[in-house]
Design a protein around this ligand. Structure first.
Ligand SMILES: CSC[C@@H](O)[C@@H](O)C(=O)COP(=O)(O)O
Length: 355
């Protein structure tokens, strides 16, 4: 399995995704500030992987703290959470990962638990979240596989694969699951300007699994759809609002409109931690603006004239009306999303209460 990130006795080890596909190197983060840098610099990226990395950042911060009293540790936990929360604004999984550990800390601190016990508990929880993320990806695969064509080409945008999760992938996990169940699928991977997650990462991980993959420039999908060469689209998500609007990598919205025009199903695969029920619709989702240099330069070489104005929003929002279905580990959601999301959320809450 591709080791996107891993908790080691020495720290959290990250596969450096900025170096792929040419170099497979690792960055070891030995404190929470380094984890924050790894997330901000996109050494690790992809919403679910960011969420678990943030949880591990919280855990390593608490575990390595030299605070000897609970009030001092509580102050430090607030600082750790703030530092991690300031890394990237769009993927709601980041805040979910921070909150999962912070809430556990608050519960244990309220019971005056010994600091050594708190440390073991938060580390254990972060490591469990890693395993649960892989299990969620497998479940998304199980729920979504039958939606993909028995035979045909599936387009994906960005990288929602093993590299964007703790393993197996969300959108690419559904593709993997379909292939494991006998579907004959090949993949068109949008290159995904400007960071090239499709060309560099999706192509790299699918080729490792011998899944037939073709990289497309982002402007090629329309023409290929018109020629009947794409049977389905599947992407991941960074945040899904309560009405089903989907924030994902910049360019996703255009692909969704094209899919609708050509009567091609457009699927989104995401773990439940990507749903943001507190955000009513996509217009309220914060969109990260990244450095202009990602657009002006390619492989260190300047591509644009000095001083030209640059736009670099990292994400866009696809309105729910373009989304055929949202595949989660709990099941498949369909329109109207306000209702289906609320119903599935309530159903799980009552299952949890019944336990
Ligand atoms: C399972 S990953 C889903 C999304 O996080 C993915 O599609 C995406 O947009 C990643 O953006 P990135 O900027 O590379 O973190």
């Amino acid at each position: 399995m591709i080791p996107t990130l891993e908790w080691l006795p020495t720290g959290v080890n990250f596969l450096d995704q900025t170096k792929l596909p040419l170099e497979e190197t690792y960055v070891l983060a030995t404190d929470y500030k380094q984890v924050a840098t790894v997330i901000r610099d996109m050494i690790v990226r992809g919403a679910p992987a960011i969420g678990v990395s943030a949880a591990m950042g919280m855990a390593i911060g608490i575990d390595r703290s030299i605070a000897t009293t609970l009030p001092a540790l509580t102050e430090e936990v607030a600082l750790i959470a703030k530092t991690l929360a300031e890394t990237r604004p769009t993927a709601v999984n980041l805040f979910w990962g921070i909150d999962e550990i912070r809430n556990l800390y608050i519960q244990l601190a309220a019971k005056d638990t010994a600091i050594s016990e708190i440390k073991s508990a938060v580390v254990a929880k972060a490591r469990r979240m890693y395993d649960e993320d892989i299990a969620a990806c497998k479940q998304m695969g199980a729920h979504g596989a039958s939606l993909l064509p028995k035979e045909g080409t599936v387009l994906t945008h960005c990288n929602a694969g093993a590299l964007a999760t703790c393993g197996y992938g969300s959108a690419l996990g559904v593709i993997r699951a379909a292939i494991e169940r006998g579907h004959k699928i090949d993949v068109f991977a949008d290159e995904t300007r400007p960071f090239l997650q499709g060309a560099r990462l999706t192509a790299w991980e699918l080729m490792k699994d011998n899944i037939p993959t073709t990289v497309l420039c982002d402007n090629m999908a329309a023409s290929l759809m018109r020629q009947g060469r794409i049977q389905a689209v599947i992407v991941g998500a960074d945040r899904i609002a309560a009405n089903g609007d989907v924030a994902n990598k910049i360019g996703t919205y255009g692909v969704a409109i094209l899919a609708k025009e050509h009567n091609i199903p457009f699927y989104v695969a995401a773990p439940w931690s990507t749903l943001d029920l507190a955000t009513a619709h996509g217009d309220s989702i914060p969109i990260e603006q990244r450095d202009a240099r990602e657009v002006t330069h390619s492989n260190g070489k300047q591509m644009t004239p000095n001083g030209v104005a640059i736009e670099n929003p990292a994400f866009d929002v696809t309105p729910a009306k373009y989304v055929t279905a949202i595949i989660t580990e709990r099941g498949v959601l369909t329109a109207p999303y306000n209702n289906s999301i609320r119903a599935m959320s309530k159903q799980t809450e009552s299952e949890l209460t019944a336990v």
